[in-house]
Write a protein that binds this ligand. Structure first.
Ligand code: SF4
Length: 349
């Protein structure tokens, strides 16, 4: 696909043409992945973060957030609950912390989850920028996937979204390190940011291609009232509709361009429309990450306004997820890790 073709698809406004784009992407998903959904249980282990990204609700500069870190026992209990409920993949996510204490805390948790589940869990980490040695220790402990969103692949746009001491180059270097350490590497962007153009989005898709990304977790930008970027912005119906549609078009274009990668249908879609998650699956996504974090902590991990499921128990999250997947006519792959096929194909070459 050429850049101008991608630009044309992302700019579509005719409902019939947009529906045809989703259908094409869905066909590619059926060919490359099947009519099925992989699941990962998401555990938000801490909202403490050393970074101060202008769009993020848990940025270090937001003094209104009560900070938490879940204990080792609580994480383990949730992981084992997930294992009993036929999850074979977990995502451990937190704000960015760089310390020996944090590195060994994660290392021990990963090792213990692997040991207690008979190495039956595919573990994804989403813990920000770290040193090569830290990534290596976590990989050796048993983590096989790492999600590090670039958020905006255009260096200039990236700089507008972050304070001066947040380095685009350091972030891309981390993606290289993760690849060298043989993780399945995930990245993603925010879609519909202020100042972002269709050309930027095409660049984002090319970035995923150039970095040979295995997993994509991207979602529409939703403003958070306590952030420099989101303060004063209002979520009108028209804005929600626009953001949702652009998010779905990006999923469809990513599927058409990258074919066999894992693509998440993120909760940001659901925040914009109760059926957003199903719509993501029908536009080409194949992964859902129900939140298993104890509800006592969930409101502390509000990255954007209107994040869904803050008071929904894990049982109810699962029921809601099963219903939404069934209503999209898809099957959940219970008990399967759902590793990225792209990663294994790359290894075969
Ligand atoms: S986006 Fe990530 S790194 Fe930036 S402030 Fe939020 S949690 Fe921290």
């Amino acid at each position: 696909m050429t850049d101008s073709e991608l630009e044309r698809l992302l700019a579509l406004s005719d409902p019939a043409a947009i529906a045809a784009l989703y259908d094409d992407a869905y066909r590619v998903k059926m060919e490359c992945i099947g009519k099925c959904v992989s699941i990962r249980g998401l555990i938000e282990i801490s909202n403490i973060c050393r970074k101060n990204c202008y769009y993020c609700g848990i940025r270090s500069g937001n003094g209104k957030v009560a900070r938490f870190r879940i204990s080792r026992e609580e994480i383990l209990e949730t992981a084992l609950w997930a294992h009993r409920h036929r999850f074979a993949s977990l995502v451990l996510q937190s704000g960015e912390v760089a310390s020996e204490a944090f590195t060994s805390f994660i290392e021990e948790i990963v090792r213990e989850i692997c040991a207690r589940t008979g190495n039956g869990m595919g573990i994804t980490l989403s813990l920000g920028e770290q040193t090569r040695e830290t990534y290596r220790r976590w990989r050796d402990a048993g983590a096989t996937r790492y999600l590090l969103r670039i958020e905006a692949s255009d260096p200039e746009l990236y700089r507008r979204l972050h304070p001066a001491d947040h380095s685009y180059e350091a972030r891309t270097e981390c993606l290289h390190m993760l690849r060298e350490l043989d993780y399945q590497v995930g990245s993603g962007v925010m879609i519909g940011l202020p100042g972002q153009t269709i050309r930027h989005l095409v660049k984002d898709l090319r970035f995923f291609q150039a970095y040979d990304i295995d997993m994509i977790g991207m979602g529409p930008y939703i403003p958070h009232e306590d952030t420099p970027l989101g303060a004063g912005m209002t979520l009108t119906e028209e804005y929600r509709k626009h953001q949702l549609e652009l998010g779905l078009k990006m999923i469809a274009c990513a599927r058409l361009l990258l074919r066999d990668v894992n693509i998440a249908s993120t909760t940001a879609l659901q925040a914009l429309d109760p059926k957003g998650r199903e719509l993501g699956l029908l536009a080409g996504a194949n992964v859902i990450m129900p939140n298993l974090t104890d509800t006592a902590y969930r409101s502390g991990y509000r990255l954007y306004a209107g994040k869904p499921g803050l008071d929904e128990s894990s049982e109810r999250s699962l029921e809601a997820m099963s219903r939404s997947v069934e209503s999209a006519g898809e099957t959940i792959l219970w008990g399967a890790r759902g590793d990225s096929r792209h990663y294994f194909r790359r290894h075969e070459k």
